[in-house]
Design a protein around this ligand. Structure first.
Ligand SMILES: [Mg+2]
Length: 231
C-alpha cells in the first residue's frame, strides 16, 4: 500500500505527544509568573479571562490567528499595558509559557519508531502548534520541521503540505501524512494526493461524512510494522 512513499510528514500535538496537559501546565506556569511580576494584571484577570481575551483577539485578527505565539504575545501586551506595565513584561511572560510548552513527553513508542523510520524515509514535522521541536525530546528525530507560524497558514490550508514537499524535494504523491485530526490532517493531505494515516489513540469514531484515511493506527509502532512489510 505504501511502497511509493519516500517522505513521511508528522503532525505533533496528540499524534506524537499528548498536548492538553502540557498546555495546561504552561498556562499555569505563565499565570504564576504574572502573579509574581505583574500582580495588578492577575488581581483583575483570572487565567480564564486571559484565555478569553486571546480567543477574542484571534477572532478579531484572522491575519495572525495561525500564529499562536504572536497571539499570546499581543494579547498579553494589550492587557499588561492597560495595567501600566511595560510591553517587555509580555515578552518575558511569553518566554515562560514557551519554555514550559516545549516540555512535552512523547508517547512511549515514538522515539524508537521514528529512529527506525528514519533509516528508510525522510521525516518532517508539520505542526499548527507552537512547540519548538529543537527544544523538545524529538529534536534529533526529523530532517526538517515546519510550523504554521513560519509558513503563514495553519492546516487544513495546503500551504504547509506544499512546503513540506518542496523543502524535502519529494513530490506530494510520494508523501505520507500522519496525524490525529480528520479535518486538519487527513482531509487536506488526501486532497493533495498524499497517502494518509490517521492516528486514533483513544478509539474515536471517524466522521461519517469524510472519506477514511488509507490506514488507521493507535500508535506509531503499528505504522512501522505496516511500512516494513510494504518494502
Ligand atoms: Mg494534532
Amino acid at each position: 500500500m505504501f511502497r511509493h512513499v519516500r517522505l513521511i510528514c508528522f503532525d505533533l500535538d496528540e499524534t506524537l505527544w499528548p498536548c492538553q496537559p502540557v498546555i495546561q501546565a504552561a498556562e499555569a506556569e505563565c499565570y504564576a509568573w504574572l502573579a509574581r511580576f505583574a500582580p495588578r494584571l492577575t488581581a483583575r484577570h483570572s487565567a480564564q479571562d486571559l484565555r478569553d481575551h486571546r480567543l477574542a483577539l484571534s477572532r478579531a485578527r484572522p491575519d495572525i490567528a495561525h500564529d499562536l505565539g504572536e497571539l499570546r504575545l499581543r494579547s498579553l501586551t494589550e492587557l499588561l499595558v492597560a495595567e501600566g506595565y511595560e510591553p517587555d513584561v509580555a515578552h518575558r511572560a511569553s518566554a515562560v509559557f514557551s519554555a514550559a510548552r516545549n516540555r512535552v513527553t512523547p508517547y512511549a513508542e515514538v522515539v524508537e519508531a521514528l529512529q527506525v523510520l528514519r533509516r528508510n524515509y525522510a521525516l518532517i514535522a508539520v505542526t499548527n502548534g507552537n512547540a519548538q521541536i529543537k527544544h523538545t525530546p524529538l529534536r534529533d528525530c526529523f530532517d526538517h520541521s515546519l510550523t504554521a507560524a513560519e509558513i503563514g497558514a495553519a492546516k487544513p490550508d495546503p500551504a504547509m503540505f506544499h512546503a513540506a514537499s518542496t523543502r524535502s524535494g519529494v513530490p506530494l504523491d510520494a508523501c505520507l501524512h500522519v496525524g490525529d485530526d480528520p479535518l486538519r490532517d487527513i482531509k487536506p493531505a488526501r486532497r493533495l494526493g498524499m497517502s494518509t494515516v490517521w492516528v486514533n489513540r483513544d478509539d474515536r469514531a471517524w466522521p461519517a461524512t469524510l472519506q477514511p484515511a488509507d490506514l488507521q493506527v493507535s500508535a506509531i509502532d503499528q505504522l512501522v510494522r505496516v511500512l516494513t512489510a510494504a518494502r
